[in-house]
Design a protein around this ligand. Sequence first.
Ligand code: NAD
Length: 359
Amino acid sequence: MTRTILILPGDGIGPEIVAEAAKVLECLRQEQGLDVTLEYGRLGGSAVDELGAPYPEPTRQQAQRADAILLGAVGGPKWDALERPLRPESGLLAMRGELGLFANLRPVQHYPSLSAASALKPELVAGLDLLIVRELNGDVYFGQPRGIRTLANGEREGFNTMAYRESEVERIAHVAFKAARQRHRKLCSVDKANALETSELWREVVTRVAQDYPDVALSHLYVDNAAMQLIRAPKQFDVIVTGNLFGDILSDCAAMLTGSIGLLPSASLAANGKGLYEPIHGSAPDLAGQGVANPLAAILSAALLLRHTLNTPDQAERIERAVGRVLDKGLRTMDIMAPGMIPVGTQAMGDAVAAALED
Ligand code: NAD
């Protein structure tokens, strides 16, 4: 059965990097018999400009119909002054909420040929392979009430609500325990239970769910310590499970272990298997239009799409091996450049990965 992939290029560097991921998918379709149709739509600032809303009705319908969605990134200074519901990021949050994309998987893998690009010493990152499982439908990003109010003395106050229901913690904990079972059977739950009631409940529920997975070793860390440990000794981790806010920050931090935020893909999954796949980075307005952004996070996001929604792990591995080969050959975009390597732009990197698929 032909599966439909909805491609949402988005804003900034989004269209540039997604074009390379689409190129790789198209190659697999034409040459390896991958049975997919690629469809295109608008999300974020480009959707505001063309259709008047960041998650317009036509995109909503396309997203509902598609088997999987591949997104570039949304946002940029052009839309920062708009009222919040019209901002590009609101469109993405609305789509995540509406499609029930609650489980965000962020694999962090170190490529041996990129040791020099990591912010850490090579021995700290060599062989690093960790998975961050971030809850994506709750926490301060969705909690109500929220807003900016004026107090009796005339001073303004911004406020948000951090909240997690037991059922929300339970379902993300199950995803994380199951993922740990397929890896090295170690799960670290990250919270701030010493200061926040939300985290107190989080820890209690994760501990309870652990009884269903006696073969997985569960540990807990406070988020401040987890941030420190990620930099001190990242290889101690196998799977990390955490809430929306802490996961957002920790995964950007983990990106620098690999060398660049331009390398990290992500999968956001719903209970029904539908998934949204996107790089963890944003729209990088500082690079947009220059053809220099690293497309590998977008290309590796396509690999996650093949693995998790299309259930074609062989094709996913084909892409991941191709990325490894291209890096081994010394091709580097600006963000991972090192002396003696071959500088390439976004398109050339995508071409090289597409060409390496058959090796
Ligand atoms: P960013 O991730 O866009 O950029 C941070 C830094 O990383 C910049 O220096 C950028 O040049 C660099 N970078 C990012 N992607 C790169 C790539 N593929 N190759 C090379 N370098 C890369 O984060 P930001 O600057 O904080 O945000 C820019 C815009 O993106 C904002 O509007 C923000 O709201 C939005 N954003 C969107 C998403 C999303 O769509 N999921 C996520 C984060 C930020």
